[in-house]
Design a protein around this ligand. Structure first.
Ligand code: CTP
Length: 408
């Protein structure tokens, strides 16, 4: 598998079909969409003609990178668009849903793409209504809602408050996060890191010898990026401090790009102030040249300098964070060629880490690979994990780090 395909492919991500109807709250659909995407969900949008009066399809197209359907005959390449949309959805969420669209769906009316898709889908249907309080409380609307609930449609109730029309009462679209959470719960996606701030280091550091030469470590960044991506999907606020790598950062992590270990140290010290959990997956170069030559060292003329590049130790980021962690949880990695667990345990103690993820490394092992066989080295036990993908290992590391953090 190459670096690109290591990203979550659309086909393996759950898909939510987001129906947007003609209501002043239609702009909030953009926030719902982003909240779902942040949790790793693929979102496709279908709109009613009236909805386009409030938010243009271009906005949703830009946010989803997918075509946005409005009319039944919009996509000439797909003559039965309502069926393909209906089949792709793991959940069909209509938010906001007007009284009119609720009434149509309750009565099996299918006179546009959105309502036809609602009739054609076997995916769970969820509705977040939004309308004027008197329309909301109208017996007709209540009866339609009752019918839909009997058919298993799940409602995310409208909130009370000041409505766009000036009235006060029930009818406001439910809180965006409540809608997102309800959909994620339906999809079985956990948000157990919501409110948790996670700092992740990833990739190698690069220490210049001269403008064209440098010292570095073997690291693709895949492990750290997988941790950052999984943490963001599980609701964490993520800061990813990354050395130079060739992979795309997760969309919802704050990324700080660095080159040298000293730059990485500075970025981590800053982010660590407000972090709850730090996961140091970077392959930091232990040493750096005392001085980077201002111009290229030439063979012949600079042989003496090239033969004796003086090195100095870099700061140890994990050990620095470990020493000042207080109630924060600090996780490190140990890349070892021999006596893996024993050496990892020494690192756990020396660097005041709460968990060391130990790996055996060697030529052709671990670096740049998608699979990993790791051991969790904890203060009072070692847990040998089966071989799994780095993405699966990332989830296990977060489970363990969260469990440690919650016990503190
Ligand atoms: N680490 C760090 N800063 C450094 C060196 C290492 O933060 N200057 C972190 C790594 O991100 C990793 C852990 O420390 O989480 C262990 O890294 P590793 O290279 O295995 O160990 P070293 O401390 O470099 O020890 P040694 O080279 O002696 O094995």
């Amino acid at each position: 598998m190459n670096e690109q395909t290591d990203q979550t492919a659309p086909s393996v991500r759950p898909t939510v079909l987001l129906g947007v109807t003609g209501c002043i709250a239609a702009y909030k659909s953009c926030e719902i969409l982003r909240g779902l995407q942040k949790a790793g969900v693929r979102v496709k949008v279908v709109m009613t003609e009236h909805a386009t009066e409030f938010v243009g399809p271009t906005t949703f197209r830009a946010l989803t990178h997918e075509p946005v359907a409005v009319g039944l005959f919009d996509d000439p390449s797909d003559p039965i668009h309502h069926i393909s949309l209906a089949q792709e959805a793991d959940v069909f969420l209509i938010a906001p849903c007007t009284a009119n669209v609720m009434a149509k769906i309750a009565n099996g009316i299918a006179d546009d793409l959105l309502t036809t898709t609602a009739l054609a889908t076997t995916a769970p249907l969820m509705i977040a209504p939004a309308m004027n309080v008197r329309m909301y409380e109208n017996v007709a609307t209540m009866a339609n809602r009752g019918k839909l609930e009997l058919r298993g449609v799940e409602f995310v109730d409208a909130g009370e408050g000041y409505l766009a029309c000036g009235d006060v009462g029930q009818g406001r679209l439910a809180d965006v996060q409540d809608i997102v959470n309800a959909v994620l719960a339906k999809l079985g996606i956990v948000q157990d890191l919501e409110g948790v701030r996670v700092l992740v280091t990833a990739g190698p550091t690069v220490e210049p010898i001269d403008p064209v030469r440098y010292l570095t470590n073997a690291s693709s960044g895949k492990m750290g990026y997988a941790v950052a991506e999984a943490a963001a999907r599980r609701g964490a606020e993520v800061t990813l401090v990354s050395g130079p790598v060739a992979i795309e950062p997760p969309a919802d992590a704050r990324i700080v790009r660095v080159t040298t270990a000293r730059e990485m140290m500075e970025a981590c010290e800053e982010a660590f102030h407000t972090a709850d959990i730090a996961i140091c997956a970077a392959a930091v170069s232990d040493m750096r040249p005392v001085e980077a030559a201002p111009s290229k060292l030439k063979k012949g003329a600079d042989d003496a300098l090239l033969a004796e590049i003086k090195l100095v130790e870099n700061p140890d980021i994990l050990a620095t964070l470990g020493a000042e962690k207080g109630k924060r949880t600090v996780v490190g990695f140990a890349a070892e060629t021999d006596d893996v667990v024993e050496n990892a345990r020494k690192k756990l103690e020396r660097k005041h880490a709460d968990l060391i993820v130990a790996n055996e490394v060697g030529y052709g092992k671990t670096f740049g690979k998608d699979d990993d066989t790791a051991v969790f080295v904890l203060p009072d036990e070692d847990v040998a994990l089966p071989t799994m993908t780095k993405r699966q290992l990332a989830e296990r590391i977060l489970d363990q780090a969260l469990a440690i953090h919650e016990r503190k």
